[in-house]
Design a protein around this ligand. Structure first.
Ligand SMILES: Cc1cc2nc3c(=O)[nH]c(=O)nc-3n(C[C@H](O)[C@H](O)[C@H](O)COP(=O)(O)OP(=O)(O)OC[C@H]3O[C@@H](n4cnc5c(N)ncnc54)[C@H](O)[C@@H]3O)c2cc1C
Length: 453
């Protein structure tokens, strides 16, 4: 066991360098343009010029932030493998409000600056921008769409609307972003007066656009034509969980690590509109991919009715909830309900590596015991101990209730020396992770997978 032997943070350092170097260059170009531009040093030309320069910086920072936002959620492998989906999604969310503030500051500062120079009212200046300045009308529409697209992302609204509605509105943001690009090149002073910066800026857009197209679209299409995935079988695991077996050609070449997930789109009426993430619930075997889906809502609830032979688009594999995180020889898995899916193949692979594995499996009742036979079979083979904890079955002879501090200390006294993996419903994860922290388990030892983006 070696708790200090954590993964070096070199990939993270490299990643931050890749992202911050262009930002330093952008600020450098902006500074140079404001001091050494064709019309001299703008900082010395009075208030409107200073507002103009700062307003331009706000616009540049907003656009740069948007590029980073897109890269964070474009499912770019080299980024995702460093941070994982969860963190990138959180980062994407965190970056939203500052970017929005930069956009608003950009608009206000430019209206203040130019209206003062032109001796017009703010309102007349805004209208003039819309009517007479190259592609600013498109930028206005873009910002409008941006605002509309953002409303469903406000946490209060997000909690009250279906995922699909939120997703549709979120797509509007991308249309809005697209509309704002034109005015940057047609009237953006930093670019029209400095061709090197213009090419550099265009290069950044091409870099981001190419990543988006490659990782969000091309890889999925390529995967499909390489493997021709289709539904092979649907097997009920419990009363509300079905395993869907997906097969195709050359599956031995579709490589994934136990614990990873795929995003699937079933190509048939009623399903093709939505792509959903599901963990792979079997180790790689070259014959099929298995996902095990709990009936939780409008999409997952209908999956049992899928027809065999249905073509499937598979995006992935994704995720960093893998054996790479298990640094210690001892591992504790804490699963809640359908959160067992990533653990099922992880248990097998870590058993083969000789790790000491303990699974606390929280379920409501016996009927909810997913992979019961498979897990019991694995538990007979040695270094794997499974403890089911049932919350709604008073007659259960084993552990009852929830996964709490008392149970963790009693059932796994050496928990603090283990790498601990948690996956389950959000309230359970929150409670368990809080409990682990209160037990002085270090954050670097706690790994978790969220089943909601
Ligand atoms: C990394 C990951 C792995 C997962 N693995 C499994 C698994 O192995 N088995 C399993 O049963 N479930 C898994 N899920 C959860 C599963 O994706 C959702 O339960 C399912 O998409 C719900 O869709 P629905 O329309 O049936 O339910 P809804 O009631 O419409 O949605 C319930 C919640 O699921 C989330 N969700 C809905 N649609 C999507 C989507 N297209 N993309 C992302 N999130 C969405 C939203 O947070 C939503 O609030 C996983 C989720 C993630 C993020």
């Amino acid at each position: 066991m070696n708790l200090m032997n954590r993964r070096p943070s070199l990939p993270k350092v490299r990643f931050f360098l890749v992202l911050s170097t262009p930002l330093v260059a952008v600020i450098g170009f902006w500074l140079f343009n404001s001091v050494q531009g064709p019309i001299g040093n703008l900082w010395e030309q009075g208030r409107p010029s200073i507002l103009l320069v700062i307003g331009r910086l706000m616009g540049l920072l907003a656009a740069y932030g948007i590029m980073i936002q897109i890269l964070a959620v474009a499912r770019v492998r080299w980024i995702e493998q460093v941070f994982g989906f969860d963190r990138l999604t959180r980062f994407h969310r965190l970056l939203g409000p500052p970017i929005f503030s930069f956009i608003i500051a950009h608009i206000i500062l430019l209206i203040f600056s130019v209206s003062e120079k032109m001796e017009m009212s703010w309102y007349s200046q805004s209208v003039d921008f819309f009517k007479n300045w190259g592609h600013v009308d498109l930028a206005y529409w873009g910002v409008g769409l941006f605002v509309v697209g953002l409303i469903p992302s406000i946490p209060w609204v997000r909690r009250r609307i279906p995922y699909e509605v939120w997703y549709f509105f979120h797509l509007l943001l991308y249309v809005g972003i697209g509309l704002t690009i034109f005015h940057q090149f047609s009237i953006g002073g930093d670019f029209t007066l400095n061709q090197t910066f213009e090419y550099f800026w265009a290069g950044l857009y091409i870099f981001v656009g190419a990543h988006l197209v490659y990782f969000r679209f091309w890889l999925i299409i390529r995967n499909y034509f390489r493997h021709r995935f289709f539904v092979e079988d649907i097997v009920p695991e419990t009363f509300d969980v079905n395993s869907i077996y997906i097969t195709g050609k050359k599956l031995e070449k579709f490589q994934f690590k136990p614990g990873q997930f795929i995003i699937v789109r079933f190509c048939c009426t009623g399903f093709w509109q939505e792509a959903h993430p599901f963990s792979l619930s079997q180790t790689p075997n070259g014959k099929h991919l298995r996902i095990s889906v709990k009936n939780l809502g409008s999409f997952s609830g209908r999956l049992g009715k899928l027809k065999k032979g249905t073509a499937v688009f598979v995006d992935g594999p994704h995720g960093v909830f893998t054996e790479k995180k298990a640094f210690n020889n001892k591992v504790l898995f804490i699963a809640g309900g359908i959160g067992i899916t990533p653990f099922r193949p992880l248990i097998e692979v870590l058993m083969n590596k000789g790790k000491d594995i303990c699974l606390l499996y929280a379920i409501r009742n016996r009927e909810g015991f997913v992979f019961e036979n498979e897990l019991k079979d694995l538990a007979t083979k040695g270094n794997f101990r499974m403890i089911p904890i049932l919350s709604d079955e008073p007659s259960w002879p084993g552990e009852k209730g929830f996964v709490d501090k008392e149970k963790i200390i009693r059932l796994v006294p050496d928990a603090a020396q283990r790498d601990i993996f948690v996956c389950g419903p959000p309230p359970m994860m929150k409670g368990v992770i809080g409990t682990l922290r209160s037990m002085d388990v270090r954050s670097s030892q706690i790994h978790y997978e969220n089943f909601a983006f």
